[in-house]
Design a protein around this ligand. Sequence first.
Ligand code: FES
Length: 151
Amino acid sequence: MPVYLERETDYNSPFWQSQDTCQFISNQMPQKVDVVTTYHTIAKTGTIPEGEGRAFHVEGLMIAVFLKEGQYTAINDFCPHQGAPLSTGYVDELGAMTCPWHAWRFCIKEGTWLDNPKSKLQVPVYPVRIEGDEIQVGLDLEKEETSPSSE
Ligand code: FES
């Protein structure tokens, strides 16, 4: 469950150096066990304009990838309210994305619902890495249990 930090946001702090960009503590998220992350190339660097998002189909999911101050983030593209494509939302200077349909706001870094800090509602977040000129998004897959060979 996200924890709301009751303090003023420093609007002058660099976006990516802040641990509380969206005013939440990320380590409160549930931890997954026995998973392996596999990375999928979704686009070339330069495909996503600074300050905007684009949607990509990855392994049956629609994932919104944003570029904010030179760094990429990825969240699920479907708004948990009524399913609007979050990749088309407006991203402000603090990394808060506003849903284009009814203006709910989510953090593009943590997936948290910024309009209701006490809510457990959260958009799934995915890791992003750059390999050469490729943007890659990581998906967690449960590790398959292996049984010993019986020959
Ligand atoms: S569909 Fe996103 S706020 Fe309603």
